[in-house]
Design a protein around this ligand. Structure first.
Ligand SMILES: [Zn+2]
Ligand SMILES: [Zn+2]
Length: 130
């Protein structure tokens, strides 16, 4: 009876050890595969230059003018629009300070590439766009 218990314990110990070994192997394999950063920077905020990762989107409103022009008014990103944000917001064209309620205008041509934005400027340096 005590022998059976001994074997049972040994078996349990072996099972735990093998289980641990398999777990370790899987972990090592995970480390081996995962060489790229899991959360790379995908773009930069044109107003405050913050690096933006997945889910951190630039806030903007898009107006299509017929099918010849798309006007994108960029408000900023989660970093420079937050209530407690102290990030410096500047117009990428005239380098003027850009208050939180101000935005910049970017134009793209849907006939070429609607994602290819050409930044025109802010209300100060490109008033004809506002
Ligand atoms: Zn920003
Ligand atoms: Zn400007």
């Amino acid at each position: 009876m005590s022998m059976d218990l001994g074997f049972a314990l040994l078996f349990l110990l072996a099972a735990v050890l093998i289980g641990g070994l398999i777990w370790m192997l899987f972990n090592l394999r995970d480390y081996g595969i995962d060489t790229t950063p899991s959360d790379p920077i995908r773009g930069y905020c044109p107003i405050c230059a913050a690096g933006l990762r997945k889910g951190e989107k630039i806030r903007s409103s898009v107006v299509e003018i017929g099918n010849v022009e798309i006007q994108t008014r960029i408000k900023g990103c989660p970093y420079c629009l937050g209530e407690k944000s102290t990030r410096k917001r500047t117009c990428p064209v005239c380098k003027a300070n850009l208050p939180v309620d101000q935005l910049i205008l970017a134009i793209s041509d849907p006939r070429v590439d609607k994602r290819k934005l050409a930044i025109r400027g802010c209300k100060t340096c490109y008033p004809q766009g506002f």
